[in-house]
Design a protein around this ligand. Structure first.
Ligand code: TYD
Length: 213
């Protein structure tokens, strides 16, 4: 069975992840690679409904475990319906957030710890990223950068929550040095783009010709 390349993109709220994802789209378009861009929570019709439920600021009473299970439920559907089939066809899949987000936001931020890994082992069903780009920006800086839009339920969490999330990302980076590429987000977006593209170039060069249309 041919197997594609699974890339995930991670970072705290306001870390500049979305800007860099835009550059990544341009990169793949120029290289004519058969690629799918998707996101979590979401990526499927069911997942997008779950997303609305999770992020709705009106759902103030939602418990941490409910939240973790909903993220995992959306992920399970995403793997089943989109990510798994695309990888089986040999495509490149780029996903804006994946299981690492649950480990840091629900595991560390909400303090649910190990339970989150256990739930997500079922959700991902063995599908794990080959490479993860982690955009690292101090959460105080990230909050300043967030656009003046209405914050969603997670963005509205306090400073302490976002600090725990950030520290947990740094721990993950340390424990998965071969998978996670940490990128200093406290720089000019263009400088960050150049660094990311050089990683992507190497990644694709070392990858099967079959990926190129
Ligand atoms: P989104 O608007 O997509 O934020 P961003 O542009 O920062 O990715 O909202 C997703 C929010 O959900 C974000 O605050 C991170 C959070 N999240 C979790 O808490 N756990 C998860 O497993 C995932 C995928 C996201």
């Amino acid at each position: 069975m041919s197997k594609g390349l699974f890339i995930t993109v991670e970072g705290g709220d306001g870390s500049g992840k979305t800007t860099q994802l835009g550059y990544m789209k341009e990169f793949f378009a120029e290289r004519s690679v058969d690629v799918i861009f998707t996101r979590e929570p979401g990526g499927t019709a069911i997942g997008e409904k779950i997303r609305d439920m999770i992020l709705d600021p009106k759902n103030r009473e939602m418990g941490g475990m409910t939240e973790a299970l909903l993220y995992a439920a959306a992920r399970s559907q995403h793997v089943l319906q989109v990510i798994g089939p695309a990888l089986a066809e040999g495509k490149v899949v780029v996903c804006d957030r994946f299981v690492d987000s649950s480990i840091v936001y629900q595991g560390a931020g909400r303090g649910l710890g190990k339970a989150v890994s256990v739930i997500n082992d079922y959700a991902v069903d063995g599908v794990m990223p080959d490479v993860t780009f982690l955009f690292k920006l101090d959460p105080d800086e990230g909050r300043k950068r967030l656009r003046q839009k209405e914050p969603d339920r997670i963005e509205s969490e306090d400073r302490d929550f976002h600090r725990k999330v950030y520290d947990a990302y740094l721990d993950l980076e340390r424990s998965h040095p071969h998978r996670i590429i940490g990128i200093d987000g406290n720089r000019d977006p263009e400088e960050i783009r150049v660094e990311m593209i050089s990683y992507l170039d190497r990644l694709l060069d070392g990858y099967s010709e079959a990926l190129v249309k």
